[in-house]
Write a protein that binds this ligand. Structure first.
Ligand SMILES: O=C(O)CCC(=O)C(=O)O
Ligand SMILES: [Fe+2]
Length: 299
């Protein structure tokens, strides 16, 4: 974790000092809606947006109380564009991506001061960039991710040893209450210090549910082992997950080429959005970047 005095003052001013301590101890913290400022009305309108976008992809309606309006099945002929992991015999969730390009609300969330301050604390202030903006829509299914709970560390692709600086950090916004039977995130407290990935069902025995009310922000280090419990009750579990990365790590979404850059101006903090999207980064370049001022003598 990074010691930056300006950032530390900001974290304190935002009322996040105890959450910073929790991140150091457990590798994850839950910031309640009183601190993030997420109102019930905001949660409702974000949920509507998420479900509207999901319906555009899946072709059926969804309600918070009952889940999908139709029984869903895997389609062997379709591109699995929005089902990230195939688990069990029937689909139990969809992951819809590229939300920053879909609606201003998602761009506003990506530059939310509390989320950005906490992930910058983990990754390092000037080096933090966006990796993805997506949502999970999860419904009732006894299997979920199976006996491993799908435990993984988000920075697994980076070779170890990892050290303290996070290569990625996850800011998950709960749009429904997270409870164990409701399909909450599962995680292993302190696992960010183990410097490696979990070993299946063994690690799942150490996992605990991340219980959080709708409107909460869950932030965790890229080395923290996490997955999710199956949702065994009716209805939906909704969240928006914004993943941030260290500038030296490949983004999941190539925003520099996928996002209309004018959209950055339409959000609560355009300058910060542009910085985190990497619009001004020198790398990776597509044309010669070093000024060429050397010519053979005599010309
Ligand atoms: O909530 C889930 O199902 C898993 C979330 C996850 O792995 C992530 O956001 O990185
Ligand atoms: Fe993950």
């Amino acid at each position: 974790m990074n010691d930056d005095s300006v950032l530390n003052l900001e974290l304190e001013a935002l009322g996040l000092s105890s959450h910073v301590a929790e991140l150091a101890k457990s590798g994850l913290c839950v910031v309640p809606p009183e601190v993030t400022g997420a109102s019930a009305q905001w949660v409702r309108s974000m949920s509507e947006l998420v479900l509207r976008r999901t319906t555009e992809f899946i072709g059926c309606g969804f309600t918070l109380e009952r889940g999908p309006d139709a029984a869903l099945e895997y389609n062997p002929d379709a591109e699995p564009v929005n089902i990230v992991v195939r688990t069990g015999n029937r689909p139990n969730q969809v992951v819809v991506q590229q939300l920053a390009g879909y609606h201003r609300e998602f761009r506003d969330l990506a530059v939310h001061p509390a989320a950005v301050a906490l992930v910058r604390h983990l990754i390092g202030e000037p080096r933090t960039r966006f990796s993805h903006h997506q949502c999970f829509v999860k419904w009732r299914d006894e299997y979920g991710y199976g006996s491993t709970l799908g435990l993984h560390a988000d920075q697994t692709a980076v070779p170890g040893p990892w050290g303290q600086t996070a290569f990625v950090a996850n800011a998950t916004w709960c749009l429904t209450d997270y409870t164990q039977s409701g399909g909450a995130l599962a995680y292993v407290p302190g696992s960010h210090r183990r410097d490696g990935k979990p070993d299946g069902a063994e690690a799942a025995r150490e996992a605990v549910p991340v219980e959080a009310e709708a409107g909460s922000l869950i932030v965790f280090h890229g080395a923290t082992w996490h997955g999710a419990y199956p949702r065994t009750i009716p209805g939906l579990r909704l969240c928006v997950t914004n993943l941030y990365r260290h500038v030296m790590v490949t983004p999941q979404e190539d925003l520099r080429h996928s996002l209309d850059r004018r959209l950055a101006d339409d959000c609560r903090n355009p300058e910060l959005f542009r910085e985190l999207a990497g619009f001004n980064d020198g790398f990776p370049y597509v044309t010669q970047r070093k000024p060429v001022r050397v010519v053979p003598s005599g010309r």
